[in-house]
Design a protein around this ligand. Structure first.
Ligand code: XMP
Length: 315
């Protein structure tokens, strides 16, 4: 990447000349979409509408956090609660690729509605290099169809603008720091959100379990990093498995759910090594999950697989 300031200048100029009318962007609050929204907002002001879709699959407190960031960056925004629609569409969908496609299709539906209402002719997207490299654009095999890459734009009849196309995550973070975007240090979060961390059926109840477990993993790892017990991993979260196992609660047999602790380090998300979490931190995570979520979870396991052969997410 060229120098950060030069990149910002040329990206804003580029967006200004490319976008002749109104534009819309899906803003999840992640660093990619927040940076794209901020750059586009600097270029075209309120001719940009940033849409945050509350899919019901977001992390704890995420919607309010994103609202705060959009306000602070003075981006024109709208928050839409589409959770009921998403859960209805995902009912009975277990296959990972089908999940992504269903969510992609729902996004199209929600956006088409908003784009029409706003009169947007342009779609700004926060696609970065690993998204299109791993989604098979340019002749590579599809590993996962990351939902923000693919047929979506043409179907929507808008001109697509992707200011971060050539950038890798660390470049985007640098740009975010320079712009003062709060999510610069936020860990990446997949477009299909908690649905790909829920290997069971995507229901409000299952998402509730993985949401709470994710929150505990994030919270305990952040606290451990603040105390200097470990470095903050690049990405760290929980996954809910479809497996139940036998346990004991008091003097009774339990048959509960399984949570995986996943933490990785990487520079570009193309390859990754699992983060070495100190045993006492793992112990705290396990105890907190199994005590505060004792009616649901009775087993916590630690994923010690690199990428490859695994991927970072479980789906
Ligand atoms: P994987 O699991 O493919 O993840 O090793 C690499 C990075 O990409 C994120 N990820 C996604 N991001 N849409 C996204 O925008 C997706 O469908 C998606 N799937 C994975 C993942 O969290 C990791 O940072």
């Amino acid at each position: 990447m060229q120098g950060t300031d030069d990149f910002i200048k040329s990206a804003v100029e580029g967006l200004k000349s490319k976008i002749q009318g109104k534009a819309i962007i899906a803003c999840s609050g992640g660093v990619d979409s927040m940076v794209s929204a901020t750059l586009a907002s600097k270029a075209i002001g309120d001719r940009l509408l940033a849409v945050y879709v509350d899919t019901g699959l977001m992390r704890k407190g995420e919607t309010e956090e994103v609202r705060g960031m959009l306000k602070e960056m003075k981006v024109n925004y709208k928050i839409i609660d589409a959770s009921e629609e998403f859960f209805a569409a995902l009912k009975g969908v277990a296959d990972p690729e089908k999940k992504r496609k269903t969510i992609g299709a729902m996004f199209i539906k929600v956006f088409e509605r908003e784009a029409k209402e706003f009169g947007a002719e342009y779609l700004v997207q926060g696609t970065i290099a690993p998204d299109w490299i791993e989604s098979g654009t340019g002749g590579k095999n599809t590993i996962k169809s990351h939902h923000n890459v693919g047929g979506l734009p043409k179907e929507m009849g808008m001109t697509v603008v992707e200011p971060l196309w050539d950038l890798f995550k660390e470049d985007v973070r640098q740009v975010a720091r320079a712009l003062g975007v709060k999510s610069s240090e936020r860990q990446p979060f997949p477009g299909p959100a908690l649905s790909v961390r829920c290997l069971d059926e995507v229901t409000p109840e299952n998402i509730g379990i993985v949401r709470e477990a994710c929150f505990i993993v994030e919270d305990e790892i952040k606290k451990a990093a603040e105390k200097g017990k470990m470095d903050l991993p690049w990405q760290y979260f929980a996954v809910l498995l479809p497996t139940r196992s036998v346990g004991v609660q008091g003097d009774r047999r339990a048959y509960g759910r399984t949570i995986v602790v996943r933490a990785i380090n990487t520079t570009d998300a193309m390859t990754a090594t699992y983060a070495r979490i100190p045993m006492d931190v793992l112990d705290t995570i396990s105890t907190r999950i199994t005590s505060t979520m004792k009616d649901q979870v009775n087993r916590v396991v630690y994923d010690i697989t690199n990428k490859p052969p695994a991927t970072i997410e479980w789906e």
